[in-house]
Design a protein around this ligand. Structure first.
Ligand code: CO
Length: 134
């Protein structure tokens, strides 16, 4: 059911420093910081030949990654995002399998203007999974 790895998201305490690390030390192509107020994050996109890395930093007090960074002050992998062909079919299948879909279970428009869902990390080996409509 799951398809391509769309991105790996890493929460970072200092977006400028993380951008420099990815652009300089690792020699990757990085975007300018892109504030996404609707999602409570500022994102730097790191373009790799086969996927993307998203460096996330909290934006606003209600940011969904604020508590994560409090628990992981030096940063850490926040989620992985897999593409699915049909997000409603994927959701229904996962619920039938007993997986927990976060929130009200309805897909929301994500950071790439496509419908996304998040799955409970305790059902997937400690990893928060984002599913994105391909
Ligand atoms: Co994501």
């Amino acid at each position: 059911m799951i398809g391509r790895l769309n991105h790996v998201a890493i929460a970072v305490p200092d977006l400028a420093a993380a951008s420099t690390t990815y652009a300089g030390t690792l020699g990757a192509k990085v975007s300018a910081p892109m504030p996404q107020p609707a999602h409570g994050v500022t994102v730097v996109f790191v373009e790799l030949p086969n996927t993307k890395i998203e460096l996330l930093h909290p934006l606003g007090d209600a940011s969904p990654i604020k508590a994560f960074l409090e628990r992981n002050p030096s940063g850490g992998i926040h989620h992985v995002c897999y593409e699915v062909d049909d997000i409603y079919a994927a959701r229904d299948r996962l619920k039938a399998e007993g997986a927990r879909v976060l929130g009200d279970g309805e897909p929301k428009i994500g950071a790439h203007d496509k419908p996304v869902l998040f799955l409970h990390p305790k059902d997937f080996y400690g990893t928060l999974i984002e599913l994105e409509q391909a």
